[in-house]
Ligand binder design. Sequence first.
Ligand SMILES: *[C@@H]1O[C@H](CO)[C@@H](O)[C@H](O)[C@H]1NC(C)=O
Ligand SMILES: *[C@@H]1O[C@H](CO)[C@@H](O)[C@H](O)[C@H]1NC(C)=O
Ligand SMILES: *[C@@H]1O[C@H](CO)[C@@H](O)[C@H](O)[C@H]1NC(C)=O
Ligand SMILES: *[C@@H]1O[C@H](CO)[C@@H](O)[C@H](O)[C@H]1NC(C)=O
Ligand SMILES: *[C@@H]1O[C@H](CO)[C@@H](O)[C@H](O)[C@H]1NC(C)=O
Length: 463
Amino acid sequence: MAVLWVSDKPGAMEFLLILLSILCTGSCSGQVPLVLWSSEGYPLPQQNPPPAGHIVSTGQLDSYLSSALSTAPQNTLVFLQDQLSVDDFTVYGGVFDNKQDSAFPHLESALQASSSPLVLPALSWEGSSSILPLLQKHLGTPPLYLDPSSLEQLSLNASVAALLVIRLPYSPGSDPMSPKEALRGNDAVIGQVLDIMKTQAVPYTAIYTALKPSREAQEMSMGVQSVGRTLLQTPSSSYAPVRYPNDSACILMWAENLSVFQERDQKWTRFELGPMTFGAGATVTFDGSSCNTTRSRLVLNYQNVLGHQTFRLIFSMSRSFYKVSARDWFTLDHVELEYETQRLVFNGSRNIYAPAEYSYRCESVTSYLYALLVPSDPKDPLSSQWRVSFEDFQIQGFSVSGNNFAYASDCASFFTPAIWMGLLTSLLMLLILTYGLHMITQLRTMDRFDDPKGPSISVPQNE
Ligand SMILES: *[C@@H]1O[C@H](CO)[C@@H](O)[C@H](O)[C@H]1NC(C)=O
Ligand SMILES: *[C@@H]1O[C@H](CO)[C@@H](O)[C@H](O)[C@H]1NC(C)=O
Ligand SMILES: *[C@@H]1O[C@H](CO)[C@@H](O)[C@H](O)[C@H]1NC(C)=O
Ligand SMILES: *[C@@H]1O[C@H](CO)[C@@H](O)[C@H](O)[C@H]1NC(C)=O
Ligand SMILES: *[C@@H]1O[C@H](CO)[C@@H](O)[C@H](O)[C@H]1NC(C)=O
């Protein structure tokens, strides 16, 4: 038994490693952003930010840091988060002038107070792992890992360089809390540390970055991964996307499967809308659809779906300007089902979004099981009777030019943290369980064969 276990273990480990490397292909190629600023009244040298889409290498990071640190305060704070992507600033940062809504209120006000902060939206992964060695080289002091309470006890000296590393406690993506709450929690820690520095009256340079990307920074990987990415621009299948209006389209939509499910007698009945929607046999009409520069609505009208004479599937999208990233994004706000006099709304919340110039693509958009769509009113009895599932789904409601989708912003990385970590956890549990079972079998084996007292118990010598 023991021999079997030993030969079994490397197999399991290999499997785990292979699984990890599969996971890595999705997110390990990404980049992390880096924000560098200094305390009020200590301007940083003006530096040219990298051109849009440029990925900053370790060597370039070195030269950015060396010119920043030539005049910046030598007490350096590094806020290290587990995962961060430039999308996080855009999606969870302040919208318009509404500070309440931002997940980064402390960071935003520190950046506002600082003159000429440096923002590197896409630092290569090697660059992000070499940040501490580079800082150590420039400052001539090793990093000191601290939490805010031990920082309070430390007395800093403005003329002595220090490299203080604060690991931020939450990780957007793998924590059970929502990414926004995680980011807000970390921002509160940043605020707390900056307050302590203020009371100590020591000028500082601060850096906010992460060990790995939380989501692929899709716009940055354009050009870099062009081979894999361009495949997404045009659907691989022979049929064309839905175009509304059909002469000069402003909305495009495509899916491999466009399915609705209705529960009847405690059984889910599936109906595939694909053949009625795409290709030569399509019978769908677009009455009620509309689009302008800020709102797009695609209404798909069908007949005889699951016994309902009229049936409509509606996609509502909107486009807004986000302040921190200074760019427009579009969101798929609602997916609606209408049949006869009934109406059911699913919210896309802020889960389904893409830069406004791009299309949005996702392997699977469903209202159940890792749902990107959630019933708008969970108490509505209809919401437990219907499900929708769109496989290999792609949509674009703005900036459409011609008959093809623009570059696709893929949701795949959305799945990596939450879902794949869940799968990985189950696998680990299984391994532990297997290990436990082996241990138990081993114990029994020893009992029976190695314990000399075992057989003597049943000795029937009773004269
Ligand atoms: C800061 O360090 C310098 C040089 O090591 C020293 O002369 C000075 O007294 C220190 N100041 C404080 C407040 O400890
Ligand atoms: C566009 O749609 C209209 C009405 O829905 C139809 O009459 C026309 O033939 C369509 N044009 C093309 C090129 O499919
Ligand atoms: C998904 O769509 C494809 C092509 O439209 C079709 O052949 C297939 O049967 C669909 N899958 C299901 C489960 O309906
Ligand atoms: C776009 O359409 C929506 C309704 O569909 C309307 O409320 C909005 O004012 C329109 N915007 C512009 C710029 O026309
Ligand atoms: C769905 O969105 C509507 C408005 O857009 C909101 O009132 C409702 O609370 C949302 N439902 C959920 C479950 O988030």
